[in-house]
Design a protein around this ligand. Structure first.
Ligand code: CAA
Length: 283
């Protein structure tokens, strides 16, 4: 199974990072989004992020130019039909992801591997809405994609070995490290990380500490690069809430109950860095 052309669905925070690392590793990338503006913004952000790597002498100007030349964009989902591997990185809502897969399927080559960058939703359930559950996997990158080393690989109940191996080989070619997780709610990283972030929000909600003291405690007391509230703002509070809801619903245990303060912030539209307001004020 030779993978050279890669389709990325969604030009947001994760989608543009995924396009960035694939193009840098020599793959031809076609990125799609419902918004032309989002596609333009993503391409210019990829250029700026590649510039950071040039400035740090991680890559040369020539490598940057080569990577940029390998990234194409389209607003038409069907244009991804001829790619060998598709990574869906749309909003973390099952109805949106399912609709994308259903729209994509009629246009795909028979051997195209379909994957989702979902951080929590059942791979088996998403796969069941396609014509190729054996060629469907979870391919979960961490944010910021160009910096973070890990990719979680998740098999659905029907995923076959050639598909798993092809995806594992891709992770190797990206120069990243794969960790395999079983298909349970939120897999490994978010099963552990999100309850910690949720607990940090409870700690704030119950008045145990301020935003600053909670983040300082974990940064200096546990050597985390970011405090949990700063990290929640970075990930997006809507995404954090969506993942907590998947854990709560999927595992039916009250220990995964989303903190009411998290829900309130999301209802207020305070989603973190992307809306310039979350636990911190970025305005
Ligand atoms: N593209 C390219 N390079 C980038 C980048 C990007 N988007 N963002 C940061 N960098 C580079 C910087 O150029 C810098 O390079 P050097 O180390 O060579 O100097 C390096 O990354 C560090 O960046 P900064 O100096 O700007 O800032 P920092 O030292 O504060 O580090 C951070 C930033 C890497 C984001 C660090 O704070 C960190 O690791 N935070 C935790 C991130 C984390 O936990 N991510 C996982 C979130 S969970 C998830 O993603 C799963 C999910 O499903 C929700």
């Amino acid at each position: 199974m030779k993978i050279e052309r890669v389709g990325v669905v969604g030009a947001g925070q994760m989608g543009n990072g995924i396009a960035h690392v694939f193009a840098l590793a020599g793959y031809e990338v076609l990125m799609t989004d419902v918004s032309e503006d989002a596609l333009q913004a993503a391409v210019s952000l990829i250029g700026r992020n590649l510039d950071r790597q040039v400035a740090k002498e991680v890559i040369t100007e020539e490598t940057k130019a080569g990577a940029m030349a390998r990234i194409g964009t389209t607003a038409a989902l069907k244009d991804l039909g001829q790619t060998d591997l598709i990574i869906e990185a749309a909003t973390e809502r099952e109805t949106i992801k399912t609709a994308i897969f259903e729209d994509l399927v009629p246009h795909l080559k028979p051997d195209t591997i379909l994957t989702s960058n979902t951080s929590s939703i059942s791979i088996t359930r998403l796969a069941s809405r396609t014509d190729r559950p054996e060629k469907f996997m979870g391919f979960h990158f961490m944010n910021p994609v160009p910096v973070m080393q890990l990719v979680e690989l998740i098999r659905g109940i029907a995923t076959d070995e050639p598909t798993f191996k092809a995806c594992h080989d891709v992770v190797d070619r990206l120069g990243k490290t794969a960790a395999t997780a079983e298909d349970f709610p939120a897999f490994i990283v978010n099963r552990i990380l999100m309850p910690m972030i949720n607990e940090a929000i409870y700690t704030l909600y119950e008045g145990v500490g301020s935003v600053k003291s909670i983040d300082t405690s974990l940064k200096l007391g546990a050597n985390h690069p970011m405090g949990p509230l700063e990290l929640a703002d970075f990930i997006g509070l809507d995404t954090c809430l969506a993942i907590m809801n998947v854990l709560h619903d999927g595992l039916a245990d009250t220990k995964y109950r989303p903190c009411p303060l998290l829900t309130k912030y999301v209802e207020a539209g305070w989603l973190g860095r992307k809306t310039k307001r979350g636990f911190y004020d970025y305005r």
